[in-house]
Ligand binder design. Structure first.
Ligand code: ADP
Length: 216
């Protein structure tokens, strides 16, 4: 279903989120005080407005309460981000999501009522560290409580061997799927023979996954 989103601040982060939402079929209103920035994105977002997102009267005109969610993506200016979040809450925006820069910034916008708070640089840093430490892990999703879904590349030693030889303990790890190029085999049968470039998609806790992947 098509949703409506608004993004305050169209720097690198706001732009990436906005353009991807449009690609996914949603409507996106982008707001930036910088005319050049706003004009650059005029063709790629549904609507672009040049406005100061810390000015309550300007925000009120945008009728942001009709949007499914509003993302505050104002970059380094923490004061502006906090002020904008405060106005969005008093204008009854349905969901306010904020990009935070520091722990204090996080705490303040949380107190103001932000539903989701992101730390893109920190979160990306963790992802890069994980993939540097585990080079055969291509991607992962943290589910909380130390559970993860990971995608791993097992290496050529497993080429053309049935996956039952992998000795996955079903009490600890579930093989959800095998990805091969663009196709996916869900819950493969034990006699499925692994092929070169197959990727395993596994669910389990961190310790079990770490032990299993280091044996590959
Ligand atoms: P990042 O690249 O991390 O997303 P930037 O600082 O480059 O962060 O981008 C923040 C964007 O927010 C810029 O395009 C800037 O013009 C915009 N911005 C900053 N303050 C305001 C404001 N008060 N109202 C609207 N847009 C703002």
């Amino acid at each position: 279903m098509k949703k409506q989103f608004a993004i305050m601040g169209l720097g690198g982060f706001g732009e990436a989120v906005g353009v991807e939402l449009v690609r996914l079929g949603h409507e996106v209103l982008g707001v930036d005080s910088d005319e050049t920035k706003a004009n650059q994105l005029a063709d790629r977002l549904t609507q672009v407005v040049i406005a100061d997102a810390t000015d309550e009267a300007s925000l009120k005109e945008l009728k942001l309460e009709r949007f499914d969610a509003v993302l505050v993506a104002i970059g380094e200016n923490i004061e502006a981000s906090i002020l904008c979040t405060m106005h969005l809450e008093s204008l009854k925006a349905r969901e306010v999501w904020v990009k935070a820069i520091t722990p204090t910034h996080h705490k303040i916008v949380e107190k103001l009522g932000a539903e989701r708070i992101f730390h893109p640089e920190y979160e990306m840093g963790l992802r890069v560290a994980q993939t540097m430490a585990h080079p055969n892990m291509l991607d992962y999703l943290a589910l909380g409580d130390n559970y993860f879904v990971i995608e791993v590349r097992p290496g050529e030693v497993l080429d053309d061997r049935p996956f039952s030889e992998l000795k996955i303990d079903p009490e600890k790890i579930r093989l959800l799927a095998i990805k091969h190029g663009n196709s996916v085999t869900f819950e493969p049968a034990p006699d499925y023979r692994l092929r070169r470039n197959d990727h395993l998609v596994l669910l389990g806790d961190e310790k079990a996954l770490r032990e299993f992947t280091s044996s590959l």
